[in-house]
Ligand binder design. Structure first.
Ligand SMILES: [Zn+2]
Length: 335
């Protein structure tokens, strides 16, 4: 029976019977944390360094995310040597893997690889109620190793160009549901299409407000309340209309083994910038038609709600000032 002891008020299950004497029972919180950490991370494992001479991205961790809608995705989190932001890839389909994540790190154990998500196939539960020990026993280790060898053998790399969306973070649109942009809707739609197709990648870049950051974006919101449009507001604040870059997205797509993509976008600038790097070919483009336009056109006498008017105004600016490839409904064409 595992023993339970109390450490700073916490009940700690401790396998005192099975532990070798070389691993003494921790007596302080610090020792306890170290003790637990060593079970999951080989203390000698070394994270490879990023290159210094050119842009370098490295996937640090991947995790499976089951969703409320019933599907699932894997979230890949990257670090890079250009900024300190945690850019991500939301990946549908088991065939899409990260080469930087899959690299073998020096001195790492199989449990290291499991914790950072560099495992193949699906993890089967090997921790049962009867085995509440902090370390796997020899039989469990063997089962895990065997499971991984079989899944690795079965893996086949990407063969067809998947649906891809390069999406920039938008706190206002995605989290607090601002009607001043369609980012939340575009993200949801991209996820729905990829879930349906069973494959796809959303590169989620942390460049809020078309690259100007949340602080400046909120100032632009106030200028919009005075009547300026989204582009004019940025320019008045001495920012470019669109300050986003896609070099990190390009490197993330390369890291995921993709050379051809079917891009979900209305933005020609995104296609031109991505193809200019010379690594990824956009073999197909799929428009992201706003939901409010995609069904039958609204009747001209239907009163428009304020949120819809705000969104339509924003979308009209994207089409007329930023070359977005969308057919504007005649009801909202600029006069
Ligand atoms: Zn937005």
């Amino acid at each position: 029976m595992p023993a339970v002891f109390t450490l700073f008020g916490m009940n700690v299950v401790h396998d005192t019977v099975k532990l070798p004497s070389s691993l003494p029972r921790p007596t302080s919180y610090k020792e306890y944390v170290k003790f637990m950490s060593n079970q999951l991370y080989s203390p000698k494992a070394i994270t490879p360094a990023l290159q210094q001479d050119k842009l370098d991205v490295q996937c640090q961790v991947r995790a499976r995310i089951p969703t409320m809608e019933g599907g699932e995705m894997h979230l890949f989190l990257y670090k890079n040597n250009k900024d300190t932001k945690e850019h991500m890839a939301i990946v549908y389909g088991d065939d899409i893997r990260s080469s930087s994540l899959d690299k073998t790190w020096e001195n790492e154990t199989i449990m290291n690889r499991v914790v950072r998500g560099a495992y193949y196939g699906r993890l089967e539960e090997i921790i049962t109620d009867e085995t509440q020990y902090t370390q796997l026993n020899a039989k469990q280790w063997a089962r895990l190793a065997q499971q991984q060898a079989i899944a690795k053998e079965a893996w086949r790399p990407v063969s067809e160009a998947p649906l891809v969306r390069i999406h920039s973070e938008c706190f206002t649109g995605e989290t607090v549901h601002s009607a001043r942009c369609d980012c939340g809707e575009q993200l949801d739609e991209a996820m729905r299409l990829m879930q349906q197709a069973g494959r796809g990648v959303i590169v989620y870049l942390r460049q809020e407000g078309r690259g100007i950051g949340l602080l400046e974006k909120l100032k632009a919101y106030n200028l919009q309340d005075l009547g300026h449009d989204t582009v004019a507001a940025n320019l008045l604040l001495d920012h470019p209309a669109d300050g986003r870059t896609y070099d990190i997205a390009n490197d993330i797509l390369k890291d995921l083994g993709l050379s051809e993509v079917r891009l979900l976008t209305n933005n020609p600038d995104k296609i031109e910038q991505l193809e200019a790097f010379g690594d990824i070919k956009v073999v197909d483009r799929k428009s992201m038609v706003p939901q409010s336009w995609s069904s039958s056109p609204p009747l001209s006498h239907t009163p428009q709600s304020t949120p819809k008017k705000e969104l339509d105004r924003y979308l009209a600016v994207k089409v007329t000032k930023m070359r977005h490839m969308l057919d504007l409904p005649t009801s909202i064409l600029p006069q």
